[in-house]
Design a protein around this ligand. Structure first.
Ligand code: GAP
Length: 445
């Protein structure tokens, strides 16, 4: 596991490793790709599944009062009118007046602000990256739109959800009733969300199709501070303890009023030391009763909660914990990425927490043209595969090359079957981080 600040990691190194080893590919690569869209390859999908399982287990399975849902990506568009996304889910944008290219105004100005007056002032003397004059900043709605059914007009417009949280709110009453849940309780969801980002960038950091892991915790308004504190700490601890991320690569960032989303009265992000610098990884937000009160108003359904002990009716407040899966993967890869010199040679090694590595073991016969070694290695491979599942068969190239390949994909243990195995039933096990080799009996593996 990593325990050092990894500030020297370059984005090109992560992108290149991710491509060459089958973690992440450009979407529609053979057609030149599509900005803001990425595909996860065989190894990427393994790590993503492990990240999701880790989060789900910690948030839902281990909890007594947090329930999961998996809702439709497209919902009744009234949901997004009530939630304020149709009117306010915007980013400030400027346009190159000559070639029409569009940019995030706050990014060009180098500030975390959505205040159009402030941005206008800051961009007054600035040119576009192509050296042309810029338009005045204005807001751009990031919801992705589609049409439902055969007629494409205003009445058939629908949106691909911009956050998974929306349909958690509309399922609040269903979950409360069916699970006989009492406040406080939570609802969690993992799933895709879509944002028409003005400038997707930094590999999988800012994309147009993303996957979120979100949890809304419904509480009595009196509990908001305590609950907010709890979920902030939860995120910090999860990154360190469950994912093995180095604490030095994490920072807190509190949103000021200008930066906060339209639904939040308080927001704390955990920033991670990505190759492009410290940037948002995980947000905790106090959304008050903003969402439930708006859904109550627009739908006409009473969403108030009756507290039987206090004989009181109130609209629950919500503390939200929200993290993007792709950003989490990028953080995990960046934190784990190391280049080390060993015997005058540089090796790339992913020091992933073993539980997150695509494979726990790689099994190799020392020589692939010796049938005795190969069949014994196959035997060991089958034993480990039955026991651990995530085991790779690797007989390509010489042993040195195999070790380098396994180091790059973060395999914690490489098991090699040699001539001594045939005599003594022992194998060598090479440790990824120390590169030390130990002889152990097959039964001990
Ligand atoms: N429901 C609250 C919400 O969606 P957000 O801060 O907009 O809040 C939450 O997004 C998390 O989703 C972020 O902290 C980030 O990890 C991830 N995320 C947001 N936009 C993203 C994008 N365009 N590309 C990748 N991840 C994104």
């Amino acid at each position: 596991m990593s325990n050092k600040k990894n500030s020297a990691v370059k984005m090109e190194s992560i992108v290149s490793l991710a491509k060459r080893r089958g973690f992440i590919f450009q979407a529609s690569e053979i057609y030149g790709g599509l900005a803001g869209f990425w595909d996860y390859g065989p190894l990427g999908v393994e790590v993503m599944n492990k990240l999701k399982a880790e989060w789900w287990n910690e948030v839902v399975t281990k909890s007594d009062n947090i329930y999961g849902v998996d809702s439709a990506i497209i919902q009744n568009p009234k949901l997004w009118e009530a939630s304020g996304h149709v009117s306010s889910f915007t980013d400030p944008m400027v346009e190159d007046v000559k070639n029409g290219k569009r940019y995030r105004a706050d990014q060009l100005a180098g500030v975390d602000s959505t205040d159009l007056n402030e941005l206008k002032e800051l961009l007054l003397d600035k040119k576009s990256p192509d050296g042309n004059q810029l338009s005045e900043p204005r807001f751009f709605n990031m919801m992705m739109q589609t049409w439902i059914g055969p007629v494409q007009d205003n009445s058939s417009v629908a949106y691909l959800r911009p956050e998974t949280a929306g349909s958690i709110f509309t399922n609040y009453e269903n979950v409360r009733e069916t699970m006989r849940a009492k406040i406080p309780f939570g609802i969690a969801q993992i799933g895709k969300a879509f944002r028409n980002e003005i400038s997707p960038r930094d590999f999988i950091f800012r994309v147009r199709e993303l996957e979120q892991m979100e949890m809304q915790f419904f509480i009595n308004p009196d509990e908001q501070e305590k609950t907010y504190e709890y979920w902030r700490n939860f995120a910090w601890k999860f990154l360190i303890e469950n994912l093995g991320i180095s604490e030095e690569n994490l920072q807190w960032h509190e949103h000021d009023e200008k930066e906060r989303a339209h639904y939040a009265v308080a927001a704390h992000d955990i920033y991670f030391n990505f190759p492009q610098g410290f940037k948002e990884l995980w947000g905790t937000h106090n959304r008050t009763d903003f969402d439930l009160s708006n859904h109550q108003r627009v739908s006409g359904k009473n969403l108030a909660y009756f507290d039987e002990t206090a004989h009181k009716r109130f609209l629950p407040y919500v503390v939200e914990s929200s993290v993007g899966l792709g950003r989490m993967l990028l953080a995990v890869l960046t934190d784990a990425y190391h280049e080390e010199e060993i015997n005058g040679e540089v090796r790339v090694v992913l020091k992933l927490k073993p539980e997150l590595a695509p494979y726990l073991y790689a099994v190799s016969p020392l020589l692939k043209n010796k049938p005795g070694l190969v069949s014994k290695a196959r035997e060991v491979y089958e034993i480990l595969k039955k026991k651990y599942g995530s085991v790779m068969w690797d007989d390509n190239g010489n042993i040195g090359k195999r070790y380098r390949r396994q180091d790059e994909i973060g395999t914690p243990n490489c098991v090699v079957i040699d001539f001594e195995t045939l005599e003594k039933n022992t194998v060598t096990v090479r440790n990824r981080d120390t590169t030390e080799q130990k002889r152990v009996s097959i039964d001990e593996l």
